[in-house]
Design a protein around this ligand. Structure first.
Ligand SMILES: Nc1ncnc2c1ncn2[C@@H]1O[C@H](COP(=O)(O)OP(=O)(O)O)[C@@H](O)[C@H]1O
Ligand SMILES: [Mg+2]
Length: 200
């Protein structure tokens, strides 16, 4: 089995690429979705309450917007939240890899992780794939999705620049054309990952 870390910057097309990989036969897990699930776990909610106080909705769910606002403006708080979540995300991804490996030893197993490079966890992967789009296109896509332009720029600036990230990549997927072109590019990379996996 080949363990692939898939990253990029916000709006470069990671999730779109992941879905294409899945269609082609890869196994995929999305770290963002893992976080969503974790935030529903009682033990995690308890830790968040201890650290952040009342960041909950009336229904008792974590108010993610409220929490995001706090950590986006406070580095220490951000670290605290990461200390709660990251080890658990890591465990869940590990569990996913273990299950895939049992099922299909030749599999290409892909974890989509926005902060793969920033957190240093790229070191745990056999292969790193970075999805690239120029900043202007990232902004355009985020705005089309409903984010306002200022917010999009702020989010992009808060991450390691995409030009830095591609230095860590074994494969770069250039998502600068239409979806058809993207599919073609992903297919090509998938074939190569499959080849590596079967020799692994
Ligand atoms: N090649 C493309 N052509 C047109 N729209 C695209 C393309 N790639 C991504 N998108 C759109 O851009 C938005 C951001 O893509 P997404 O895959 O969600 O990015 P990420 O997961 O990196 O944040 C989505 O609405 C997606 O449908
Ligand atoms: Mg995504």
């Amino acid at each position: 089995m080949l363990r692939v870390g898939l990253t990029g910057s916000i709006g470069t097309g990671k999730s779109t690429v992941s879905q294409i990989f899945k269609k082609l036969g890869a196994y995929v897990i999305d770290a963002d979705k893992v976080v969503h699930k974790l935030l529903k776990r009682e033990d995690i909610k308890e830790k968040i309450r201890e650290e952040f106080g009342d960041v909950f909705t009336e229904e008792g769910e974590v108010n993610r917007k409220k929490l995001a606002k706090i950590v986006f403006n406070d580095k220490e708080k951000k670290k605290k939240l990461e200390a709660i979540l990251h080890p658990e995300v890591f465990k869940e991804i590990q569990k996913f890899f273990d299950e895939v490996e049992k099922k299909d030893p030749d599999a290409v197993a892909i974890a989509e992780i926005p902060l793969l490079i920033e957190t240093g966890s790229y070191k745990n992967y056999d292969t790193v794939v970075v999805v690239y789009a120029p900043e202007e296109l990232q902004i355009e896509r985020l705005v089309r999705k409903g984010m306002d332009r200022e917010e999009a720029i702020k989010r992009i600036k808060s991450q390691l620049p995409i030009d830095e990230k591609i230095k860590y990549a074994d494969f770069v997927i250039y998502n600068t054309g239409n979806l058809q072109q993207l599919e073609k590019e992903v297919k090509d990379v998938f074939q190569r990952l499959k080849n590596i996996s079967s020799k692994h």
